[in-house]
Design a protein around this ligand. Structure first.
Ligand SMILES: O[B-]1(O)OCc2ccc(NC(=S)NCc3ccccc3)cc21
Ligand SMILES: [Zn+2]
Length: 258
């Protein structure tokens, strides 16, 4: 099979052929249906401590644009539904070709124009790859933020300004060392949905504690247009790089908010 993608001939409906777990019972994304979630007063706020990176890359890997520091950068995530400390691995985006689509998770069937994923791995593992393969839903902790069109996002601007430099698949640039990743996050990481799920791209491993924030981040129309100028490995606009919602089966979605 041609490498996986989001086109007619290699998109989500084909992924099960190489990754049978695509039809598993703990797949992501899902539609977050407010009438079916359950408030859990035990869910505390999360704490993300992101330290400045000496050498980080921003790259186009053919199916997303991704910020990736060198291994072992000391940034970590704790709290919320997490029992242990998680190390930061990378962040990347999913988006659509217009403002009515683009996010992976949905809220009562509503899609946002984009979704930002901050990926972290369980620090009891020796590496990210071991965490992905560790079995069970605690290998990775992924923070999901919906993006909506509004004011310019100054914290994301150093990243969206780099997009023209990684327009083509397989290209990358070094990110200026004064880039402040912490500034992207809201001051307090409260009000989130959390459930056990999977990677939303092959290998679709069911190793993810998902934490999806209720409050979207804003980006300007110009910043959204920057994403829409990115080209995938087939030379087409990358927009539409989102997987449709998967069945919830017998999973519970908990919320930290009433
Ligand atoms: O569902 B996501 O898009 O958001 C959260 C998330 C985290 C990671 C990925 N996939 C990665 S890192 N694959 C490469 C790889 C996979 C497995 C072993 C080594 C290397 C996709 C997503
Ligand atoms: Zn993602």
């Amino acid at each position: 099979m041609a490498p996986w993608g989001y086109e007619k001939d290699n998109g989500p409906a084909h992924w099960h052929k190489d990754c049978p777990i695509a039809n598993g019972k703990n797949q992501s994304p899902i539609d977050l249906i407010n009438g079916e979630v359950k408030y859990d007063s035990g869910l505390k706020p999360l704490t993300a401590k992101y330290v400045p990176f000496s050498d980080a890359k921003f790259l186009n890997n053919g199916h997303s644009v991704q910020f990736q520091p060198s291994a072992g950068n000391g940034s970590e995530l704790t709290g919320g539904p997490l029992a242990v400390k998680y190390n930061f691995e990378q962040f990347h985006f999913h988006w659509g070709n217009n403002d009515t689509e683009g996010s992976e998770h949905r809220v009562d069937g509503k899609m946002y124009p984009a979704e930002l994923h901050f990926v972290h791995w369980n620090s009891t593992n020796p590496s990210f790859k071991d965490a992905v393969g560790s079995g069970g839903p605690n290998g990775l902790a992924v923070l999901g933020f919906f993006l909506k069109v509004g004011a310019e996002n100054a914290a994301l601007k150093p990243i969206t300004d780099l997009i023209p430099k990684v327009k083509d698949a397989g290209t990358s640039v070094t990110v200026p060392s004064n880039f402040d990743m912490q500034a992207i996050l809201p001051a307090t990481l409260t009000d989130y949905y959390t459930y056990d799920g999977s990677l939303t791209t092959p290998p679709l491993a069911e190793c993810v504690k998902w934490i999806v924030f209720k409050q979207p981040l804003e980006v300007s129309a110009a910043q959204m247009e920057a994403f829409r100028s990115v080209i995938n490995r087939d030379g087409k606009p990358m927009g539409g790089n989102y997987r449709p919602p998967c069945p919830l089966h017998d999973r519970a979605v908990k919320t930290s908010f009433k």
